[in-house]
Design a binder for this molecule. Structure first.
Ligand code: HEM
Length: 409
């Protein structure tokens, strides 16, 4: 099936009709660029949710995607819960309007640009500490397990104030929580329950004995929220904050070490010579190779509406604003498939837009920039320890990225 066919296209595009992932890797399916450039930019798709194939409309033009993300009174997340592949009910991601603002409001001040820029030294120190563990591996290690995952997990856990010895179990819970598919839906419920029990205990401790950390803030500021909402607030910060960031670090290192750029065999060599281009490079990698599967956040249309492109939607439609398609809209990004570290402006939507704009966007981007800068500085000879096509990529997971990245230096 191709764009323009009357038949709905199975979605995600890289999974075939039998649920088998055919093209794992960091590159987006070519449909995204085709759909973004198309006149209507609205693509009927079918997605497997809880064993059923559900219809939805994928929104692909940049202005339309922003409109859907911006107007939550017209495009409701809460009313689309049945169409979610990952169960995010009770978290910010599953709420609308006043309810959403109340929950987000309890922690948003800790993640503003000024608040995060004050964390630069702490994040650098956490990266250095983890790099020491990696370097002790004697010339060969797994960038995912030995560096990216523990580093990102430690940053968010330190901020929340969660004890170090408890962190090992977060990864198991997180993997179960973010899995998509039938089996993993049951596992996700179990992990949310286990992790919720643990986080409730932590909140309870802070109420008796305030500790000046983010958990203490949640324990007091969100005390009037239902228990489920209170525990899912730190849960969404941990799960949303570490897997995405760790996956971005590993995916971007893979790309920098395998893709040519500006006359260099590898973009890595270009950045070694031009470290001042780090911010532009990270923004461009985020645009082209977003690790957050934004296409899994459907919304329900609450009243008939016409989008900026002129496309009409009907009350009750389930729509999916596609960040990956919007990031390739040639009306906004000149030559969109070209990787250009100097692209300015680069208003990509890989952190979303509007009320659900990623609360951790500044923190996540800081962590990615720090990790890449430190690796370039300390391990300039870093390279993949296996052939690029031997790298294994996560399957059936809402966050995209390699499951392991063997490196040597
Ligand atoms: C590079 C890393 C990251 C990427 C690519 C990413 C991506 C995203 C995206 C696309 C959304 C919006 C989903 C939508 O449209 O509905 C989102 C929301 C969210 N992100 Fe991130 N994120 C990253 C890092 C973080 C970090 C570090 C944290 C935690 C501190 C975090 C916590 C959240 C939360 C709690 C939401 C829900 C916000 C709301 O619904 O109001 N993320 N993220």
């Amino acid at each position: 099936m191709v764009p323009g066919d009357a038949n709905p296209v199975p979605h995600p595009f890289h999974v075939d009709a039998n649920g088998v992932d055919r093209t794992p890797g960091p590159d987006k399916h070519p449909y995204y660029a085709q759909f973004a450039a198309s006149e209507s930019g609205i693509v009927p798709v079918v997605r497997q949710v809880g064993g059923e194939w559900l219809p939805a409309l994928l929104i692909c033009r940049y202005d339309d995607v922003r409109e859907v993300l911006r107007r939550q009174e017209l495009f409701s997340r809460a009313a689309a819960a049945h169409a979610d592949q990952v169960d995010v009910s009770g978290t910010m991601l599953g709420m609308d309007s006043a309810e959403h603002a109340a929950v987000r409001g309890t922690v948003k001040d800790s993640f503003t640009k000024p608040a995060v820029s004050g964390l630069g030294d702490t994040v650098w120190a956490a990266a250095e500490a983890q790099l020491a563990v990696l370097v002790a591996k004697n010339g060969r290690a797994d960038l995912v397990g030995d560096f990216a995952v523990p580093f990102a997990l430690n940053v968010i856990s330190d901020l929340l104030g969660l004890p170090e010895p408890d962190r090992a179990q977060f990864r198991r819970w997180g993997d179960m929580f973010m899995g998509s598919g039938d089996l993993s839906r049951a596992e996700a419920a179990r992990s949310a329950e286990e992790m919720g029990g643990y986080l409730w205990q932590q909140l309870d401790q802070r109420r008796g004995c305030p500790a000046g950390d983010l958990m203490t803030r949640i324990a007091t500021a969100a005390a009037d929220q239902p228990v489920d909402v209170q525990v899912k607030l730190p849960l969404s910060l941990i799960v949303g904050g570490w897997e995405t960031t760790a996956s971005s670090i590993s995916t971007f290192v893979y790309l920098l070490r395998t893709r040519p750029y500006a006359g260099h065999d590898y973009a890595w060599d270009h950045l070694l010579k031009h470290p001042e281009q780090m911010d532009g490079a990270v923004a461009e990698l985020e645009r082209l190779h977003s690790t957050s599967n934004g296409d899994e956040m459907p919304r329900r249309v609450m009243a008939d509406v016409t989008l900026p492109s002129g496309a009409r939607l009907t009350e009750g439609d389930i729509v999916i604003p596609s960040h990956d398609a919007a990031n390739r809209d040639p009306r906004v990004f000149t030559n969109p498939e070209r990787m250009d570290f100097g692209r300015d402006p680069n208003p990509h939507l890989s952190f979303g837009y509007g009320p659900h704009y990623c609360i951790g966007a500044h923190l996540g981007a800081l962590e990615v920039r720090v990790a890449l800068a430190l690796l370039l500085q300390e391990l300039p000879g870093l390279r993949l320890a296996v052939a690029p096509d031997e790298v294994r990529w996560k399957q059936g997971h809402a966050i995209l990225g390699p499951s392991e990245l063997p490196i040597s230096w």
